[in-house]
Design a protein around this ligand. Structure first.
Ligand SMILES: Nc1ncnc2c1ncn2[C@@H]1O[C@H](COP(=O)(O)OP(=O)(O)OP(=O)(O)O)[C@@H](O)[C@H]1O
Ligand SMILES: [Mg+2]
Length: 322
């Protein structure tokens, strides 16, 4: 299969005065052409920082500490800024978690989409305007020619999200990173946006990196899932396999926290304890303080992400495979 993006042993550090935060630790994964990889984990586990790192946009003083990011086989970490700018936006596009990070409130939606088309696609203004209107229509925005003149605040949340998707797609990227693209939206709109992403991804044979804290969101969309905890990938595998039999106790905890129809709300179990701050590398398993199957051995040495059949990888010494 065609590996488009390979992240190998990547760590991201925030050297802060007093405490050094290793926000992402030794993360490795592969994104294949035309496939969807879901990144799932609680708030603060390093999902957005991982995405920023791929675009080389980690906010200072944060920096990629080690590892490699291969895009089409070439490491992009050492690239000069102008070379990186050509990849960012054109080849790898991102829908940011905060809509207002991508949309500038003082310019119309049309202006912002056209700007990137003119810059990256070499079209003139007229062509860019037609292309932008086509894109708005494509993402389901009614009356697209008129909407080009709208300012971001004049659009509803769902429409704004569609406009962001149109902007991200404007240069026909081969990879789209969508960071919590539906979190701020109500449930019906959420489903529409996810359907739209899935359809576009299939049509364009684009690779999609879908980031969410919600396992339910990736269930129908992702081919494979990476579960992150405290900066590390603790489990990786094919979506169907993980849903059938989660291997890591943290993944099982996430499943237990999904509400089911008819279930007594009081029975809904949360995972006890809190995500630790990632200031230092712990001696043993990072999940140990919250784990319900931990044993003494778990605290003695760092736990590696061990590989099993069918691409499954689990960072738990108590996992024995299927
Ligand atoms: N600008 C920053 N300065 C210092 N530390 C940061 C910064 N951004 C992120 N971090 C650290 O990196 C960790 C991971 O943050 P990240 O934004 O990747 O989490 P996330 O998984 O995307 O969470 P959420 O679901 O809330 O979006 C944070 O807990 C924090 O310790
Ligand atoms: Mg985030």
């Amino acid at each position: 299969m065609n590996a488009l993006l390979e992240v190998k042993n990547m760590s991201v550090r925030f050297p802060l005065s007093g405490s050094d935060i290793l926000a992402v630790r030794d993360v490795s994964f592969t994104l294949h052409k035309g496939r969807t990889l879901g990144f799932v984990g609680e708030s603060g586990c390093g999902k957005s920082v991982t995405a920023y790192a791929i675009l080389r946009l980690v906010p200072p003083p944060g920096k990629i500490d080690s590892g490699r990011i291969l895009y089409k086989g070439r490491d992009i970490i050492p690239l000069e800024d102008d070379e990186m700018r050509k990849i960012r936006g054109k080849e790898i596009a991102m829908i940011f978690q905060e809509p207002m990070t991508s949309l500038n409130p003082v310019f119309t939606v049309g202006y912002q989409i056209m700007e990137s088309i003119v810059l990256h696609m070499g079209m003139n203004k007229r062509e860019a305007r037609d292309h932008a209107a086509d894109l708005l229509a494509r993402v389901g925005i009614p009356d697209p020619a008129k909407r080009l003149n709208a300012y971001p605040h004049e659009l509803s949340g769902g429409m704004r999200q569609r406009a962001m998707i149109a902007m991200a797609l404007s240069t026909s990227p081969s990879i789209l990173i969508a960071d919590e693209p539906t979190t701020a939206l109500d449930v019906t709109i959420q489903a529409q946006i996810l359907d739209l992403l899935m359809k576009l991804q299939e049509e364009r044979q684009m690779s999609l990196l879908l980031i969410t804290h919600d396992l339910g969101v990736v269930a129908n969309i992702a081919d494979e899932i990476a579960i992150m905890y405290a900066g590390e990938i603790v489990e990786y595998g094919r979506t169907a396999d993980i849903f059938r039999k989660p291997g890591h106790p943290y993944t099982r905890g996430l499943f237990r926290a999904i509400p089911r129809i008819g279930e007594n709300r009081k029975k809904l179990r949360t995972i006890r304890g809190m995500v630790p701050t990632m200031t230092s590398s712990p001696t043993g398993c990072v999940f140990f303080p919250r784990c319900d199957i931990g044993i003494e051995k778990c605290t003695m040495a760092p736990v590696a992400l061990a590989s099993y059949r069918y691409k499954r990888a689990v960072r738990c010494i108590r996992y024995e495979g299927e």
